[in-house]
Design a protein around this ligand. Structure first.
Ligand code: ADP
Ligand code: DP6
Length: 316
């Protein structure tokens, strides 16, 4: 019986996507740029089974809502596709729906697995156009390393010149977030007085970040990333009703990292997504000391390297 397994990495944006100019095609207002990370991934298996109906398991459990979304997503390939006698099993190695990009690795792995299992064999552009309709940021999990996603809809691999960069993940809370990114960004587009300015500055950040990459200037890309993330959270806070993804603890961790940068000249910068967790962009040489200093404060950090595989078929 036929079986196909795909894997995809999570990705964390250093230049953030926050707002759709086309909600049907899922086209962003601003270009974004991410790193695919090897810390968490999704593995998704699609197989034929001797059972009636369509079966779906996420992290070993049934989930009607995710099952429905998965079915809807697969029908983007072909609305007449039958899922009779098909089972999908998907596993996230990281927390689900907690601002650590499970939706990104989840839809990228599903897109690649379905493309192969059902025999579409679409090229990257066509596959990307489907993947982003699962979740916008998932489009960037199709590729390894550094990836840009443009307002026109396509993605591109970006040369990332640093081989000593790591990203630390500080899990402040791994529970499901109160307001999802889809709803949060829609409200921001509609109500934040800062929204236009945010879009304008995102284009500048995107250009300058790429200049930083060309110049191999880590401090430049770090500072742009941190400013971009804080600006996104400012947009959320100026949304009506106000969205607060960052908790008191998140802000404490952010100040702590900013302080060691200022006082100890550590090259370390923060970035945060639609949840309270803080990610630290730094270099291997600072890992041990940052870890120890955080540990003294009762804070644990998990380290990630950069993913080099992207979304690929690993079996079948
Ligand atoms: P996150 O910050 O983890 O990306 P979101 O709330 O944006 O959280 O997305 C979580 C949603 O993504 C889940 O409720 C589910 O619909 C979808 N998702 C997560 N993992 C998978 C997966 N492995 N396969 C299919 N869909 C998934
Ligand atoms: C803050 O991709 O989750 O992580 O397209 O509505 O599914 P939808 O939103 P989603 O938003 C991600 C927002 C972000 C920033 C980023 O990853 O660029």
């Amino acid at each position: 019986m036929k079986t196909v397994t795909a894997r995809a990495p999570i990705n964390i944006a250093l230049i953030k996507y926050w707002g759709k100019k086309d909600r049907v095609e899922v086209l962003p207002f601003q270009p974004s740029l991410s790193l695919s990370l090897d810390i968490f991934e999704t593995k998704t298996t699609i197989k034929e089974v001797n059972l009636k109906g369509f079966h779906f398991l996420i992290n070993g459990k049934e989930d009607e809502e995710v099952k429905r979304k998965t079915e809807k997503f697969i029908h983007l390939f072909d609305s007449n596709l039958s899922l009779e006698g098909i089972q999908i099993e998907t596993n996230n190695t990281g927390p689900t729906a907690a601002g650590l990009a499970s939706s990104a690795s989840g839809f990228a792995a599903l897109a690649v697995a379905a493309n192969h299992f059902f025999g579409f064999h679409y090229n990257l552009d066509k596959l990307a156009a489907i993947t982003r309709k699962g979740s916008g940021s998932a489009i960037r999990s199709l590729l390894p390393e550094a990836v840009a996603w443009y307002p026109e809809g396509h993605i591109k691999a970006i040369e990332f010149p640093f081989d000593d960069v790591v990203l630390g993940v500080i899990i402040i809370n791994d529970q499901k977030k109160s307001i999802g990114s889809t709803e949060g960004m829609k409200l921001s587009v509609e109500t934040s007085p800062e929204y236009q300015e945010w879009v304008k500055q995102s284009f500048i950040d995107f250009e300058q970040f790429q200049e930083g990459l060309k110049e191999e200037n880590f401090n430049k890309i770090g500072q742009i990333s941190e400013d971009n993330a804080l600006r996104m959270h400012h947009v959320c806070e100026t949304t009506t009703p106000s969205i607060h993804y960052l908790s008191k603890k998140s802000y404490e961790v952010i100040s702590f990292i900013q302080k060691i940068r200022k006082n100890k000249h550590f090259e370390a910068y923060v970035t945060m997504d639609a949840g309270p967790n803080v990610k630290v962009l730094t270099k291997i040489k600072y890992k041990k000391q940052i870890e120890e200093m955080l540990h003294h404060q009762g804070i644990e950090i998990l380290w990630s390297g950069i993913d080099t595989k992207g979304a690929v078929i690993i079996d079948g």
